[in-house]
Design a protein around this ligand. Structure first.
Ligand SMILES: Cc1cc2nc3c(=O)[nH]c(=O)nc-3n(C[C@H](O)[C@H](O)[C@H](O)COP(=O)(O)OP(=O)(O)OC[C@H]3O[C@@H](n4cnc5c(N)ncnc54)[C@H](O)[C@@H]3O)c2cc1C
Length: 452
């Protein structure tokens, strides 16, 4: 049964009235695709920030949350086969106690397998392992013709690489076979280092990254002058049982998901003034006194600190916020990040701590985001001046040969998008073949002029 509801992404902008269906069976999914020739888009958990999971007019948004069955698991190969609506949280709850972890995980476990594949998500191990596509053994894709096509790096490989990172525009992913990672404990051996500026942060990444599977930095993007780029770098690897405190050694795979609090209402606009954000960032940086700290922490605090507060996106008030995430090629990263941080500071639009991460070589997806270099992600509330700031930031990124992440985007313009994603033409050739009438589209695709 179709209904009409208002939907938005995690940044709560834009909001669009949507005609939605929530099928429970894959046959019902096929019926909607075959129905009336109108546009269709799959939506997972709505954790992309902007308009990638939205379809504004004249079509149906298919909510996949009831297509969430785990189908099989092969303990020899570690391959889990599941429907695309399964959330990463559900996989963790079942598999961590059995000694398996996600091969790649984003900063929230509330995303679906379908959404993860559709954006070829990256995690703190991108410098080592690349994106999730490197662990996807196979997908089942429902295409515009109503057929289900099996795609993998060895079978229908062009369609596979167009779908991985294809933002739902090649069809509906119904099933994913994902190779999980064996672990011995539900804990991470973490080392946190303080960097006093950007030079220091880069040097620490270079020095310590080879020793750790995971790395990320929280950077205070309001610190300027000599402190520009000051940050906390976090490195981690899965802990072995003998590294755990004695009490934990009894049950090394015991996994107790964090769930602390929720934000019951929207904060009034203005609570997040430049002053409060600056004060928060300063406190955060000062929180750790020692320059170098080692501890063993649980999976949730290491990978998903933000999930501890439900609906934290309401902190930005009703107008919402955007996350600007870019990646710059290695040779442009240092100067480019300095330029971007200065642009954000000049705009006076406050941003909480931003995330800085080193990425490895690009993955196989044609519209995949990562490229070898540094990525910076920062949240900016929607206030006057935001559009101008983003236009400037996008131009800086494009000029330096980088790109912005479409999973976070709500403002990029078609010409800048084309400049940033040179494989678009190759991708469009595949789109023309599998979806010549452009049945699969989104508000984002329309804004960016993506059509066959
Ligand atoms: C707090 C937070 C931290 C994050 N950290 C990271 C990170 O570290 N790394 C990273 O890469 N991303 C990160 N993200 C972004 C997030 O991983 C992606 O946006 C992901 O796509 C969201 O999945 P979803 O299930 O919510 O999909 P949605 O947001 O619902 O949809 C995203 C896209 O996937 C498509 N899609 C969804 N399901 C299907 C399907 N079954 N078939 C075909 N297409 C489908 C949609 O059409 C849409 O284009 C983060 C997001 C949040 C909120």
């Amino acid at each position: 049964m179709a209904e009409r509801i208002d939907l938005s992404g995690w940044g709560r902008y834009p909001t669009v009235e949507s005609r939605v269906e929530r099928p429970e069976k894959r046959t019902a999914l096929r019926d909607v695709v075959n129905q009336d020739g109108n546009p269709v888009l799959a939506r997972g958990a709505g954790r992309s920030y902007g308009d990638a999971s939205l379809l504004d007019s004249g079509g149906t948004t298919l909510l996949t949350d009831r297509l969430n069955r785990m189908l099989s698991f092969d303990s020899d190969t570690g391959v889990l086969r599941a429907e695309a609506g399964v959330r990463l949280r559900e996989i963790l709850e079942v598999f961590v106690p059995r000694g398996w972890f996600l091969p790649v995980t984003p900063g929230t476990k509330e995303v679906t397998l379908g959404g993860a594949v559709a954006f070829d998500i990256h995690g703190k191990n991108h410098h080592r392992d690349g994106g999730i596509s490197n662990f996807v053994r196979e997908i089942e894709l429902l295409t515009a013709g109503g057929e289900t096509v099996t795609c993998s790096p060895a079978q229908n490989e062009k369609l596979f690489w167009a779908t991985v990172s294809g933002a739902g525009l090649t069809g509906i992913i119904t099933e994913v076979a994902l190779e999980l990672r064996p672990i011995e404990t539900a804990y991470v051996a973490e080392r946190t280092l303080k960097a006093q500026d950007l030079d220091d942060a880069f040097a620490l990444f270079e020095e310590h990254e080879p020793n750790y599977l995971y790395s990320v930095a929280w950077i205070d993007c309001l610190a300027s002058g000599d402190s520009l780029g000051r940050s906390h770098l976090m490195f981690g690897r899965h802990a072995t049982p003998d590294e755990l405190p004695t009490k934990r050694q009894q049950d090394p795979l015991g996994y107790e998901p964090d769930h602390l609090a929720s934000l019951p209402f929207d904060l009034p606009e203005g609570v997040l003034s430049e002053h409060t954000v600056k004060a928060f960032n300063k406190l955060y940086y000062a929180r750790q006194r020692k320059r170098d700290k080692r501890e063993v922490v649980g999976i949730d605090p290491f990978f998903y600190p933000l999930d501890a507060i439900d609906d934290w996106n309401r902190m930005y008030g009703e107008s919402g916020f955007v996350q600007f995430q870019c990646v710059l090629p290695m040779e442009e990263s240092y100067d480019g990040l300095k330029e971007i941080l200065a642009e954000v500071q000049d705009s006076g639009l406050a941003s909480f701590l931003a995330v800085l991460k080193r990425m490895g070589p690009p993955d196989g997806g044609l519209l995949t985001f990562p490229t070898e270099g540094y990525t910076l992600a920062l949240d900016i509330p929607r206030r006057d001046g935001l559009e101008d700031l983003l236009r400037d930031l996008h131009e800086t990124v494009a000029r330096r040969g980088g790109r912005v992440y479409l999973a976070k985007d709500a403002y990029l313009r078609p010409d800048t998008f084309r400049e940033m994603y040179p494989a678009l033409e190759e991708w469009l050739e595949i789109k023309r073949r599998v979806d010549p009438e452009n049945r699969f589209t989104s508000t984002q695709a329309r804004r960016l002029g993506i059509e066959p």
